[in-house]
Design a protein around this ligand. Structure first.
Ligand code: NAP
Length: 479
């Protein structure tokens, strides 16, 4: 078992209290790490370091910042196998998926390294003999709060944008999957990031997260997590009217029209439902199936779900590993029980896999429900597990109205051979991103962020970089 340290002011350090907590491998239940149990006093120390580092870092040129971010990307690329393996034991991520995430993480960093040099200001030609210039400035000390799913993607998206725009930060990984972020700190250190520019404090949201939210010197928070935590954080963060960027939960509609290629789609639906054991914000939360293809699709979907290989996440043949923790398995199982109790029909799953491999891990078998109605909990709430929720519809108007009958608005997809009809439906789905005949591929270039209780602001792309800036107007009169 390895003992980990936080990273504050360029030093690998224990919590001020000296306290630690243990973290386990969700596939085996084995204890794999001892992590500093940070608290408010560690956040204060980290903020002080970030504040002191801000004048120097924000004065660096965009070329200097771009070079250092590219160095971090190079180093991450060299150590990507090691970090992917760490993700397997810390989060239960199947190794192939972990490798892909590391690859996307490198790509995220390279995007921000380039984008740092492309961010422009503006000017207003308002009157003669005067210049109105608009400059994009860094904000100051940022709080970056990371969820437990796909940590390297979250870390690289947020940190890349934060550094590229000249800010410093205090970052908090989720306490149950901190290891990848802590290994990333070693990369930052090896790449010569100046002390205090990036600080990483480990510990629970209730103490470390709250302390970030309440800190007066933190002027911006980029938060990814559940809508419930997001709302609590907004209430705590009002002490200094800090700016917020919220990437929250979803209950994303996957709409299959009567002319869609259901053979292909049923396989894709199974993959999407079980991708990272369903613990993906963009996962389809509700499958809307036109009544003409409903039964056929459901049968094929169930067949495809049966073929998902549930197993050891180290094994390259494994499609789906465990969920992240015992608590999360209990939560997913509660949703499955509620679906049954509220009258939905369960066609597959709801149980745990059998065999010695699974004895101590937190596995849930892929599940499929049909006859799901809008008043059921599994229709309304984000399950974040490998559970397909199928809803029958009979007209385009009905599906638009039902798909929008949710407090979430993260993303959605529409599948049809009739592009015009697909686009018409997609344009009426109230969500931050909607695909017609394609799933959601999040990358450095594409702005990601939801509507309604799925949050506000964007991650990635130039819009994502702009979140980390503020516009200052300078006026010169030379009449
Ligand atoms: P979570 O429970 O909301 O936690 C997210 C982060 O917030 C963790 O670091 C957590 O710390 C921290 N936190 C908890 N309570 C806090 C508080 N009172 N103040 C400040 N921070 C606090 O979410 P999760 O379970 O880790 O992640 C799953 C959720 O994230 C899902 O809803 C998913 O849809 C969403 N998500 C959204 C996106 C997107 O792009 N929209 C992407 C990925 C995930 P601890 O865990 O250490 O307590």
């Amino acid at each position: 078992m390895k003992k980990y340290k936080m990273y504050i002011n360029g030093q690998f350090t224990d919590a001020i209290s000296g306290k630690t907590y243990l973290t386990e491998n969700p596939a085996t239940g084995d204890i794999i790490g001892e992590i500093p149990l940070g608290g408010a006093e560690d956040v204060e120390k980290a903020v002080k370091a970030a504040k002191a580092a801000f004048p120097g870092w924000s004065a660096t040129s965009t070329v200097q910042r771009s070079e250092i971010i590219n160095r971090i990307a190079d180093e991450l690329s060299k150590r990507s196998e090691e970090l992917a393996q760490l993700d397997v034991i810390d989060h239960g991520t199947p190794i192939n998926l972990g490798r892909m995430w590391e690859h996307i993480g490198v790509s995220n960093l390279r995007y921000t390294a380039g984008a740092a040099r492309a961010l422009m200001g503006d000017s207003i030609p308002m009157r003669q003999n005067a210049i109105y210039s608009l400059e994009r400035q860094p904000i100051g000390v940022c709080g970056l709060i990371i969820p437990w799913n796909s940590p390297i993607l979250m870390v690289t998206s947020k940190l890349g944008a934060c550094l590229a725009t000249g800010n410093t930060c205090v970052m908090k990984p989720a306490s149950i999957s901190s290891l990848v972020t802590l290994a990333f700190a070693e990369i930052l250190d090896a790449c010569g990031i100046p002390p205090g520019v990036v600080n990483i404090v480990t510990g629970p949201g209730g103490s470390v997260g709250e302390a970030i939210a309440k800190n007066r010197y933190i002027e911006f928070i980029s938060f990814t997590g559940s809508s419930e935590t997001g709302k609590n954080l907004m209430a705590s963060a009002n002490c200094n009217l800090k700016r917020l960027h919220m990437e929250l939960g979803g209950k994303n509609p996957f709409i299959v029209l009567d002319d869609a290629d259901i053979d292909r789609l049923a396989i894709q639906a199974a993959r999407s439902t079980c991708n990272n054991s369903g613990m993906v914000c963009a996962s389809p939360g509700r499958y809307y199936l036109h009544e003409k293809i409903h039964d056929q699709f459901v049968n094929k979907f169930v067949d495809a779900m049966k073929k998902v290989i549930v197993g050891d996440p180290h094994d390259e043949k494994t499609d789906m590993g465990p969920v992240v923790s015992k608590e999360h398995r209990d939560r997913v199982e509660r949703y499955i029980k509620s679906g049954i109790a509220e009258g939905a029909k369960i066609l597959l799953g709801g149980d745990r896999p059998v065999g010695s491999l699974f004895d101590n891990g937190y596995y849930v078998m892929p599940a499929v429900f049909c006859d799901v109605k809008p008043d059921m909990t599994i229709f309304r709430e984000e399950i974040f597990g490998p559970v397909g929720v199928c809803v029958k519809f009979s007209s385009d108007e009905e599906v638009i109205s039902s798909a929008n009958d949710t407090e979430f608005g993260l993303c959605g997809t529409v599948w049809t051979k009739d592009i015009k009809r697909g686009l018409k439906i997609a344009s009426k789905i109230d969500a931050g991103a909607v695909g017609v005949n394609t799933g959601m591929l999040v990358s450095g270039e594409t702005p990601w962020g939801g509507f309604k209780e799925s949050g506000f602001g964007k991650e990635n792309s130039m819009y994502g970089l702009e979140e980390y800036t503020r516009i200052k107007m300078m006026v010169v009169d030379f009449s």
